[in-house]
Write a protein that binds this ligand. Structure first.
Ligand code: NAD
Ligand code: MG
Length: 397
């Protein structure tokens, strides 16, 4: 029986994870569930799954959750330390890291440092602290399994000895597919007036609001490029982005002998989640089999002029050190401002580039340096936003 902590249980990935578990009660047991603001939903999940622990963000939410629970089997905790506690608890085997954004870094790292089987959806953790994170995986003997559909696809297309180095297992290139998002065919005038509601209406995937906006700007693919470099020990030049609007081919690996291996499937996160939960075995995910006769598959190069976030992410990865953490923090501020209708869509890359230009990059040797870079980048980004609103910044995209 695998005992699971689900960090971010009320989110899109959290819910898909619970949906997979529902099909295999003999195999998995919920140990802890965590949520940020959706206390009512967390209460329902606790009633249904009876976890040993439930974690909320703030101590003020404890009484509210308690009043909604009908059982006493669940102990309620609050705050960042509680997240790390349930992620590293000795009675938990597997941690689904599905908190969105930088808030996921510390509990995910706690799970790694406790040597858990870590199912990584929270790509921002790896973007911010890739080097430290991957060192900790090796040092503490954690098992890191990618949940991001593209990275899970690449993982499935690689031989199991890939950690020896991509060249030594004959890999030439990784092809990371991207749907292109809802604005793939929009021109500059159309992009200038898009709304959060349009950005969150992804053509192929139903996801949380932050990743939906990232998909629309292509920053999601930029973050995934960085994620792929760390997960598979690849150079940015070894990872090419391919726009594939149908989201059927989830990514590909090209070998030196001319072979290209791909993983295909209907776009449903229950597939990578089931793959990682059961790996190296296979279990039913509740996803219907792919019907090839129903699909036409198209592939295009990305338009980096129209979607500059991809270039910004690649440059940050090449710069290294704290640059990806700065990129990530600036992006989180920009996306939150766009969702609050406080920043136009086309100004998102402008804000991120301004923060990356203004803040010096330093080596990311320890967690403090990374968390400081994250904090500073948010301050610089907020200042840029104020200047933008007072008319000191002109649109350059
Ligand atoms: P979501 O917004 O639907 O859910 C986020 C979860 O994190 C919620 O449970 C929320 O309560 C919790 N949370 C948010 N802020 C928090 C904070 N400050 N402290 C503690 N908990 C907090 O997001 P999602 O779409 O499920 O995405 C989760 C992660 O998975 C992201 O990193 C995303 O990039 C990645 N991911 C998602 C998908 C997808 O299909 N949704 C696919 C690939 C990767
Ligand atoms: Mg993805």
């Amino acid at each position: 029986m695998q005992r699971l902590t689900i960090l971010g249980a009320t989110g899109s990935i959290g819910q898909s994870t619970l949906a997979v578990l529902d099909g295999h009660p003999e195999r998995f047991q919920v140990f802890a569930l965590t949520a940020f603001t959706r206390i009512d939903e967390l209460a329902e999940l606790c009633t249904r799954y009876q976890p040993r622990y439930a974690v909320v963000a703030d101590t003020s939410d404890i009484a509210r959750l308690q009043s909604l629970l009908t059982t006493t089997t669940t102990e309620i905790l609050a705050g960042a330390e509680a997240l790390a506690f349930v992620a590293s608890h000795s009675e938990c085997d597997t941690v689904m890291a599905a908190i969105v954004g930088a808030a996921g870094l510390l509990p995910t790292l706690a799970a790694v440092q406790a040597g858990k089987r870590v199912l990584l959806a929270n790509k921002e953790a790896l973007v911010m602290a890739g080097s430290l994170f991957m060192q900790a995986v090796i040092e503490h003997g954690a098992t890191l399994l990618p949940i991001d559909s593209e990275h899970n696809a690449i993982f499935q297309c690689l031989p199991c000895n890939y950690p020896q180095g991509l060249a030594s297992v004959g890999v030439e290139r990784i092809l990371l597919t991207a749907s292109g998002g809802p604005f793939r065919e929009f021109n500059a005038e159309q992009l200038a007036v898009v709304t959060p509601a349009q950005a969150c209406k992804h053509p192929k995937w139903v996801m949380g609001r932050k990743i939906s906006v990232d998909s629309a700007t292509l920053m999601n693919k930029g973050l995934e490029l960085i994620e792929a470099c760390w997960l598979f020990n690849a150079q940015p030049e070894q990872v090419s982005i391919v726009i594939h609007p149908q989201s059927i081919v989830h990514s590909l690996v090209q070998y030196v002998d001319g072979s290209t291996l791909a993983q295909l499937g209907n776009p449903d996160m229950r597939t990578p989640i089931a793959n990682a939960l059961a790996w190296p075995e296979r279990i039913h995910a509740g996803v219907s089999a792919l019907d090839l006769f129903q699909h036409q598959l198209d592939f295009y190069p990305p338009d980096e002029q129209k979607f500059p976030c991809l270039r910004l992410a690649r440059e940050a990865m090449k710069k290294g050190g704290t640059a990806p953490a700065i990129l990530n923090a600036a992006n989180e501020v920009a996306v939150a401002a766009f969702l609050a209708e406080n920043l136009p869509f086309i100004a998102i890359p402008q804000l991120i580039e301004a923060v990356l230009t203004q803040l010096p990059m330093s080596p990311a040797n320890n967690l403090d340096t990374i968390l400081t870079a994250d904090r500073e980048a948010r301050i610089v980004a907020e200042n840029w936003l104020s200047q933008y609103h007072s008319g000191f910044v002109k649109s350059s995209y």
